[in-house]
Design a protein around this ligand. Structure first.
Ligand code: GDP
Length: 199
């Protein structure tokens, strides 16, 4: 079992020369705006306000860096797929992601968040295909599990797997920040091989 013992906000960056050069392995969180990314980061780190839960979806255009247990970086990438976003803002988002992906030598894993209540969007499919090019591990988390009926859990998993074209060995876990169901499983998956496990 992996335990999160400390979590510390390091910095927010827009440009790549603002990224902290820590040398620690990085896990990056990506997902559509409003998917619950800030909430899961707060739950994982056990801090209520470490990542700002967004009131206006699509506004945050920063890459946020958090130091976990003094040994690993959790990176919060800006959300995508906000319907009202302009073409200029979309291009700016793309540049931020590309800059990050092409200049993060310690990046080890992506955590892609999708809403477990719905079929993954076209943007989610584009995102996972894009991430696959970087040949890092991708862990998929379906958020808002508390909103699903028990009967629909298996159906939701199947739909996510099929839509995102996950291979049998790709990991998918459904999770709720509200009930904290599967929180420890998420921590174990996200930091597997990155943080040492306790007895
Ligand atoms: P972000 O834009 O991806 O960072 O999304 P937020 O973390 O700001 O969450 C968007 C909305 O979804 C907020 O109103 C959260 O309270 C809500 N939310 C996040 N996680 C969960 C969850 O597990 N269950 C439920 N029911 N709501 C959630």
């Amino acid at each position: 079992m992996i335990k999160i013992k400390s979590a510390e906000f390091i910095t927010s960056a827009v440009k790549k020369n603002q990224y902290p050069q820590t040398g620690f392995p990085e896990v990056s969180f990506v997902g559509r705006s409003n998917v619950g990314k800030s909430t899961i980061i707060n739950a994982l780190t056990n801090r209520r306000k470490l990542a700002k839960v967004s009131n206006t979806p699509g506004r945050t255009r920063l890459v946020n860096f958090f130091l976990i247990n003094g040994q690993a970086m959790l990176v919060d990438l800006p959300g995508y797929g906000y319907a009202k976003i302009s073409k200029t803002a979309q291009a700016a988002w793309g540049k931020i992601i590309e800059d990050y992906l092409t200049s993060s030598p310690n990046l080890e894993r992506f955590v892609l968040l999708v809403d477990s209540r719905h079929k993954p969007t076209q943007d989610d499919v584009i995102m996972i295909d894009y991430l696959r090019h970087y040949q890092k591990d991708v862990v998929v988390i379906g958020t808002k599990l508390d909103k699903l009926k028990r009967n629909d859990v298996a159906k939701s998993k199947k739909l996510i797997r099929e839509t995102l074209n996950l291979k049998p060995e790709d990991t998918l876990i459904l999770y709720s920040s509200t009930s904290r169901e599967n929180l420890q499983e998420v921590i174990n998956l996200v930091f597997d091989g990155i943080l040492p496990a306790d007895e």
